[in-house]
Design a protein around this ligand. Structure first.
Ligand code: PEP
Length: 258
């Protein structure tokens, strides 16, 4: 199992000042904590990305963007390319989040194109996959996951050799709802993702990391941390408060260390 990775998705929360204050406080508190903590990635809003990345430079903490637009530079009003977020200090980018899919109409093909754009700029894509409540009710979870994963894994054709990729299993009914998948169910789907990637590209199945996301917090982290196919978490609500974030990081570490 790879070293655990916990990713904070701040969505459209925190001003630039609040983001910097969080980063400073986090660094201060981490000073007195053990070193063998999970890897941490903070994904602030775009206006705060550069400031947070600058503040965290030279520390083990990394920064990610929450999306990107296609292209490099040009007449694309309002767009922010992979190149620009990389240059601003991001090492990671969340792609295909269900809120991007539902609010901005991003489909599998666009998520695949964005994944390629991320790779081209040396960004590590964190690609979200997950079924809706209705798909779950219909027993279509596995088909949805296979379809979403195939769209990404097939995107590079035969050149898909050593991809840098993280998948996040985020069942839509568990995001921001307080309803959480059981560790058994999340682990089953994580195993399905790994198996399916292995089926499509046997050479890379063991190198990908798989996160679970959906109402993860300190109180329920242990079950996911102990799940053999889950390598970390993508966290929304519980990442907005330093105390809650560190409690979650600690809870994950305790399971890993035991
Ligand atoms: C998310 O936004 O990806 C997420 C998992 O949010 P929450 O932890 O609030 O459910």
């Amino acid at each position: 199992m790879s070293h655990p990775l916990i990713v904070a998705n701040w969505k459209m929360h925190k001003t630039v000042h609040q983001s910097i204050a969080f980063a400073k406080e986090l660094l201060r508190r981490l000073d007195s904590m053990p070193e063998d903590l999970p890897d941490q990635v903070i994904c602030p809003t775009l206006p705060a990305l550069f400031s947070v990345a600058s503040r965290l430079r030279g520390t083990p903490l990394r920064v990610g963007a929450q999306t990107l637009d296609l292209g490099r530079e040009g007449a694309n009003t309002g767009a922010v390319s992979a190149y620009l977020v990389r240059e601003a200090g991001a090492d990671f980018v969340i792609l295909g989040h269900s809120e991007r899919r539902s609010l901005y109409g991003e489909d599998d093909a666009l998520v695949a194109e964005k994944t390629r754009a991320a790779w081209d700029c040396g960004l590590m894509p964190i690609v979200c996959v997950g079924e809706s409540p209705d798909e779950r009710k219909r027993g279509a979870t596995d088909d949805v996951i296979r379809r979403q994963v195939s769209a990404i894994v097939e995107t590079e054709g035969d050149d898909w050799r050593d991809p840098m990729i993280i998948f996040a299993y985020e069942p839509l009914w568990a995001i921001g709802t307080g309803e959480v998948a059981s560790p058994e169910e999340a682990d089953r789907v994580a195993a399905l993702i790994r198996d399916w990637v292995g089926h499509l590209r046997p050479e890379v199945a063991q190198t990908i990391r798989i996160l679970y996301g959906g109402s993860v917090k300190a109180e329920n982290a242990a079950g996911f941390a102990a799940s053999p196919h889950i390598d970390g978490a993508l966290v929304g609500g519980a990442s907005l408060d330093v105390d809650q974030w560190l409690a979650l990081i600690q809870a994950w570490r305790e399971v890993e260390a035991s």
